[in-house]
Design a protein around this ligand. Structure first.
Ligand SMILES: C[S@@+](CC[C@H](N)C(=O)[O-])C[C@H]1O[C@@H](n2cnc3c(N)ncnc32)[C@H](O)[C@@H]1O
Length: 360
């Protein structure tokens, strides 16, 4: 194999010459032939961000070569029904790995390994990663990919293979299998380019199991992120916004164009960081009701309120809503106010009957 001849390729210029190229990947495309090592990707990205226009185009070209070489399309057809829009841009994958690093994971779980574009670089940094994938074809694909990877030469492979679980994130089997079910405190960091069709259930699952999850790096479609972060009075503000904002600090880290995926989706995506927090103390002593009961009551109250978002709270929730809240509409209430209202109603209900305030 001939190494890439940098001098012959004017586009590469000194941006690439500065990088210590290591022979690893054979590259052929219309503009050049040669090879280079993916470990240099982070350096290339850094150069790309801080350098001249000429260097930027060299960087783009290098990344394109790397993309072609590193992310060949799988031989099987992606299933739209499983939300299979695979990431094909290794620069985005590298940025996600960096973001995960910043989360300082104690335990790391990837949702939807797909072709392994994230799994492979994540495993390099976090060898204890647990990667979940629902599609058996993808599970085999990732296992083969790791087997053939230069990064994980044979002696580690049998162990690595077992880190890819054929499992549904929304079922608890994988937690049992990995021994993570009974951990006493939030230890798990989640990462994933989330399957579009179950993004909401994944978020609701995280909120309902808040005692388990510490933080998350999620790639989601742009519209979904807008709903998640919407403020009161906005048209996107709803159940998801209220519950997500109560249970997590949410930051947008990166915008990702739809061209970074195969097959190309209709909309762009964003990478989010979520730092989960439980808005309810372990026992809500002040109202004498357990946090689990209040959590359930909160979810029910928010859902019921938004079923008729333009009606006043008293019309929707009934006479037990105190006077000062009664004429307000759900779309005007801040997340913290929903929590306060739930606490008040729970306290009243506990005094009256011992039952949670909003049923059904
Ligand atoms: C958007 S793709 C992302 C794949 C890969 N991580 C990437 O970035 O290209 C989502 C992946 O999640 C998988 N998936 C769908 N539903 C799942 C579930 N309930 N549990 C685990 N994985 C699931 C899909 O098969 C698909 O491979």
């Amino acid at each position: 194999m001939q190494p890439l001849c940098l001098e012959q390729c004017s586009l590469f210029g000194s941006a690439v010459a500065k990088v210590s190229w290591v022979r690893t990947f054979p590259i052929t495309n219309t503009r050049g032939t040669g090879s280079f090592h993916s470990r240099n990707l982070e350096k290339i990205c850094r150069l790309g961000n801080n350098c001249s226009r000429e260097h930027k185009s060299a960087t783009r070209f290098a990344l394109q070569l790397l993309t072609d070489a590193r992310e060949p399309r799988p031989s099987w057809r992606p299933k739209q029904s499983l939300g299979q829009n695979f990431l094909k841009d290794p620069a985005v994958a590298a940025a996600i790995v960096q973001a995960v690093r910043a989360c300082e994971p104690l335990e790391l779980v990837e949702i939807g390994a797909g072709t392994g574009v994230l799994t492979e670089p994540l495993l390099e940094v976090f060898p204890g990663l647990v990667a979940l994938e629902l599609d058996a074809r993808a599970v085999e694909h990732v296992r083969k990919r790791l087997e053939q990877s230069e990064r994980f030469r044979s002696e580690h492979f049998p162990e690595l293979r077992t880190r890819i679980y054929h499992a549904d994130f929304l079922r608890s089997d994988w937690l049992r299998e990995t021994g993570m079910l009974t951990r006493p405190e939030p230890r798990i960091t989640l990462v994933g380019n989330l399957p579009y069709y179950i993004v909401s259930p994944i978020f609701f699952h995280c909120i309902e199991s808040i005692q388990r999850y510490r933080n998350a790096i999620f790639m989601v479609q742009h519209e979904f992120a807008e709903r998640l972060m919407a403020k009161p009075q906005c048209k996107d503000y709803g159940v998801l916004s209220v519950l997500a904002q109560l249970h997590a600090d949410i930051q947008v880290l990166l915008r990702v164009p739809r061209s970074a995926f195969y097959p190309m989706p209709k909309v762009n995506s964003v990478v989010l960081r979520l730092d989960f927090r439980d808005p309810l103390q372990k026992d809500c002593m002040s109202c004498g009701v357990s946090s689990d009961v209040i959590r359930l009551a909160l979810h029910r109250l928010v859902r019921r309120a938004f079923q008729q978002r333009r009606k006043t709270l008293r019309n929707t929730l009934g006479d037990q809503v105190p006077m000062r809240w009664s004429r307000r509409r759900p779309e005007e209430l801040h997340p913290a106010e929903f929590l306060e209202l739930t606490m008040i109603l729970s306290q009243d209900a506990a005094l009256d009957t011992g039952k949670p305030p909003v049923s059904g």
